[in-house]
Design a protein around this ligand. Structure first.
Ligand SMILES: Cc1cc2nc3c(=O)[nH]c(=O)nc-3n(C[C@H](O)[C@H](O)[C@H](O)COP(=O)(O)OP(=O)(O)OC[C@H]3O[C@@H](n4cnc5c(N)ncnc54)[C@H](O)[C@@H]3O)c2cc1C
Length: 367
């Protein structure tokens, strides 16, 4: 987005200074992701595999592996319609530590009343980015009998949050005292038919309010190129930032399973053959991901990558490093703080010693 390019400047949030900062002129959020993208730098986002656990350390441990390598961490919202720790819960934990999350909202499980409340709650916690999704259908998950809501869809969700942010109102028209400052995103899938409709669909999401788009996994670069050619011709790459989904495949067997069981993911035969022919398939999957990134980063109109390394999160740093996409830039890294030890001890005590303390006891014992 050439009109938004800014001279290189230090990442906001130098060590020790946490969100929120005031938005820069022309920015709609206080977030690092928007700043990096509007500076014209190649952005890197990733997603956190949500734990099936009530222990906050499970989230912190999963986030730590990305330290210094990504500009934002997506907190998924029951993807595949399988229940895990909520996106709102993960965002609460991540913002507490200074991380920049992308709060994902799927319209499958909540109506407009609950969603608008979560938008305000998220923004109040320091969430600067929201990814608006219709969401996978309940039949995709392990509780197919769950009641699907779909009061809104990705488009009407984008419009809803845009109204909240820009007009300072709920959908009902009731005024907000303080509107949320948010950078709005949506998902795109250039790799699923009908291919000709995909760039149009992108345009519809931009018209509804999407400022950034994160795509489904790319394993077919020629297909992405043809999508991007159309998106550029239609002027969409000047109107929003496109981050391409990439990820390492653990083996040919996994690739085949994903291809037959996960809707919307296209894996060409050549990819499976390359993995089958490798001595170390896991290593080859990582190499393939880096090769794809190296091709993707050269396609005009692409502003970044979204690395989805499900159950291989420890490779994200290596993939980002070896692909060289950051060109020596180091995204925000959490520095240890003086009160970390005290917080860890308090949590340990509360979670494992079966204690019931009043607020007053808590404050007293913390000092
Ligand atoms: C980066 C990323 C993150 C994701 N995270 C989550 C998550 O946290 N939770 C979750 O549940 N799912 C998640 N998904 C999956 C996603 O919800 C599904 O892939 C979904 O089918 C497409 O994205 P959407 O939700 O934005 O749906 P939309 O793009 O809004 O599409 C919704 C519906 O519109 C119709 N439609 C879409 N395209 C066409 C077309 N070309 N022609 C006709 N009709 C069409 C279909 O009925 C479709 O189901 C994610 C996907 C991506 C790429």
């Amino acid at each position: 987005m050439s009109d938004h390019h800014r001279p290189h400047q230090m990442d906001e949030n130098p060590a020790g200074i946490d969100l929120p900062l005031e938005p820069l002129p022309g920015h709609s959020s206080r977030g690092r992701l928007e700043r990096v993208l509007r500076r014209g730098e190649f952005a890197v986002t990733t997603e956190l595999n949500p734990p099936d656990s009530a222990d906050p350390e499970d989230v912190y441990n999963r986030a730590r592996v990305f330290d210094g390598w990504v500009d934002a961490i997506n907190a998924v919202d029951a993807s595949g319609a399988n229940c895990h720790m909520s996106s709102v819960g993960i965002c609460a934990l991540l913002t507490r530590m200074g991380y920049a999350p992308v709060m994902q909202i799927a319209c499958r499980d909540k109506n407009r009343i609950a969603i608008q409340g979560d938008v305000l709650g998220g923004a109040a916690m320091g969430v600067a980015n929201i990814l608006c999704l219709t969401g996978d259908g309940v039949q995709a998950g392990d509780q197919p009998g769950a009641k699907p809501v779909f009061d809104l869809d990705s488009m009407s969700l984008l419009e809803t949050i845009r109204i909240m942010r820009d007009n300072g109102k709920f959908l009902s028209g009731r005024k907000l005292t303080t509107p949320p400052k948010l950078f709005l995103g949506a998902a795109i899938n250039p790799f699923a038919p009908p291919y000709d409709f995909r760039p149009i669909h992108l345009g519809k999401k931009i018209a509804a309010g999407a400022q950034f788009l994160q795509s489904q996994y790319c394993f077919d670069v020629p297909m992405l190129r043809s999508f991007m050619d159309k998106a550029r011709d239609l002027g969409f790459t000047d109107q929003a930032f496109i981050l391409v989904g990439v990820g390492p495949l653990a083996s040919a067997k996994t690739a085949k399973w994903i291809r037959s069981n996960v809707p919307g993911i296209h894996i060409p035969d050549a990819v499976i053959k390359r993995l089958e022919g490798a001595q170390d398939q896991k290593k080859e999957g990582k190499r393939l991901c880096i090769d794809i990134i190296n091709e993707v980063k050269e396609i005009p109109g692409i502003s970044g990558i979204h690395v989805m390394a499900y159950r291989q999160e420890e490779y994200v740093a290596e993939i980002v490093d070896e692909s060289g996409v950051l060109k020596g830039r180091r995204p925000w890294k959490r520095e240890a703080r003086g009160d970390d030890q005290m917080v860890a001890e308090r949590l340990e005590h509360l979670l494992h010693d079966n204690v019931t303390e009043t607020q007053v006891d808590l404050v007293k014992s913390a000092h």
